[in-house]
Design a protein around this ligand. Structure first.
Ligand code: SF4
Ligand code: MG
Length: 333
């Protein structure tokens, strides 16, 4: 079956004053209808840039796709005509950002912003559009939605604003939603509520969802698959429940050991040493080698491909891959 979204061997570069930054260096991932893919990585790993390429918001230089395909329902967004591409992206995809306050219009009430979507895109009357807007505000559980429809974005709390962004994204019933750090700015309790709401709506609407995050802790309950990015590449991919139990890449292992756990209060958190690489000068071989606790000579010269990960006896582990020369040692010890 054709996946909803199929990103193939994507490369994205940025022209900067100091040279060319290689932000995305051969990313492959797929998302099916009704499926959630979590894309995990530190800032600068290429997770947002990949999503921006999918959404078509890189089009203005300095960022541009240099290689690859972005197939949406089997058709390459990168080669279709501009008008058609705009249509697909406008009606079938939506994005949720970290900062709702800058994504929403500050001088238009939230009810009017939502109504506008229905008036412009579905040609509804003012009255019908307003009723639909209020219905959607209720659906994302804004208390007293009818009374609050006339309020402006700044009059809502951070969590409520994020719900309004989700409502905006859902308004046209897209088939794919990309959420870039949707809960990062919120406190932990609110984070969980917003994440649960997003997961619930994703199931209800049977949408594909890409959840971009730097926090492994927030995706465990909502994602089906996970792709871990480093220096513009996917370094590990796996069904989500498996990665927590048995990571197959030293970077993922480090990330997991950095999650605070309630049952291990007082334990010192392992933080991965060093900094993510400068994208103008990505280290040769495995880009993670300067920070990797088990790096060997081969790591400094040979780029690891995404190896298929198996059990010790060679039994395949479907959907798993690791871009580490020593994935066996990492997963099987
Ligand atoms: Fe570490 Fe080498 Fe594996 Fe890279 S390839 S993660 S440097 S062991
Ligand atoms: Mg980002």
């Amino acid at each position: 079956m054709t996946p909803l979204l199929d990103v193939r061997h994507l490369h994205v570069e940025f022209r900067t004053r100091d040279g060319i930054a290689k932000a995305v260096n051969g990313v492959d991932y797929t998302v099916g209808a009704g499926e959630t893919l979590a894309v995990l990585g530190e800032s600068g790993s290429g997770k947002s840039v990949t999503a921006q390429a999918v959404m078509g918001i890189l089009d203005t230089p300095p960022g541009f796709v240099t290689k690859g395909e972005i197939l949406f329902q089997g058709r390459d967004l990168l080669t279709m005509g501009a008008e058609e591409r705009r249509k697909v992206r406008g009606a079938k995809m939506a994005m949720i950002f970290q900062d709702a306050l800058s994504a929403l219009n500050p001088v238009i009430s939230v009810g009017a912003q939502l109504s506008e979507m229905f008036r412009v895109h579905q040609g509804l009357s003012r009255k019908d559009a307003k009723a639909k807007a209020i219905g959607l505000m209720e659906r994302v559980r804004i208390p007293a939605a009818r009374e609050r429809a006339g309020d402006y974005p700044h009059q809502f709390s951070g969590g409520m604003r994020q719900r309004i962004m989700i409502a905006m994204a859902l308004s046209l019933e897209p088939e794919l939603i990309i959420a870039d750090e949707p809960t990062t700015a919120l406190d932990v309790t609110v984070q969980a509520q917003v994440m649960d709401l997003l997961a619930e709506l994703q199931r209800e609407y049977n949408m594909g969802l890409i959840l971009i995050t730097h926090d492994l802790g927030v995706v465990a309950d909502v994602a089906d698959h996970i792709a871990v990015m480093y220096a513009g590449r996917i370094v590990e991919k796996a069904p989500v429940h498996e990665i927590y139990k048995r990571p197959a890449h030293p970077y993922t292992k480090g990330l997991l050991e950095s999650i605070p756990r309630l049952d291990q209060k007082g334990r010192e958190l392992y933080a991965i040493k060093g900094l993510p690489p400068n994208l103008l000068h990505i280290p040769p071989g495995c880009a993670f080698h300067p920070r990797c606790p088990i790096a060997q000579a081969v790591c400094r010269t040979d780029v690891p491909p995404l190896y298929e990960v198996t059990e010790r006896d060679g039994t395949p582990l479907p959907g798993r891959g690791s871009a580490c020369h020593f994935w066996k040692e990492t997963i099987h010890g």
